[in-house]
Design a protein. Structure first.
Ligand code: IDP
Ligand code: MG
Length: 145
């Protein structure tokens, strides 16, 4: 521990098309705000293939890549930038494990998600996994921020 203040971070959160279709936008935003983080930007939009290819570039070539991109383009997502000390780490913990069937109860995925037929894919939310990812993803989704 040091006595210097932790820097204020920003993270990109997406409520994925399954979350929007199920009416869970408010529940996700409620959890982010209740934890104490601030919203910097929020926009409901349907992502195009170019944006999703850039967003998920790290997964290109994996078996789940094209089904994932197709799912993410299947309807609107709520893209959010949230802000606060250690928000990147904190939202990953709020989201829970990638596979919603086994994500811990208490987390967004664990409380609200399940396997709907394509294992792992429909897990309600995305959250940036590092400061570098957050900067890259915020620039993609909100180029004017
Ligand atoms: P994360 O969202 O927890 O960071 P990643 O490994 O970065 O998980 O995967 C990105 C997204 O790709 C996941 O959120 C999920 O929607 C989907 N995904 C990951 N692994 C699989 C899989 O094995 N099958 C189908 N979809 C997957
Ligand atoms: Mg990831």
């Amino acid at each position: 521990m040091t006595d210097t203040a932790a820097p204020i971070e920003r993270t990109l959160i997406l409520v994925k098309p399954d979350g929007v279709r199920r009416g869970l936008v408010g529940e996700v935003v409620r959890r982010v705000e209740a934890k104490g983080y601030s919203l910097v930007a929020a926009e409901l939009r349907t992502a195009d293939d170019a944006l999703l290819a850039a967003h998920y570039a790290e997964h290109l070539g994996k078996s789940f890549y094209q089904p994932l991109v197709d799912f993410m383009a299947s309807g609107p997502v709520l893209a959010i930038v949230a802000e606060g000390q250690r928000v990147i780490e904190a939202f990953r913990l709020l989201a829970g494990a990638t596979d919603p069937t086994v994500a811990a109860p208490g987390t967004i995925r664990g409380d609200l998600g399940r396997d709907w037929g394509v294992a792992v894919q429909q897990n309600l939310v995305h959250g940036s996994d590092s400061p570098e990812s957050a900067a890259r993803e915020i620039a993609l989704w909100f180029p004017t921020l």
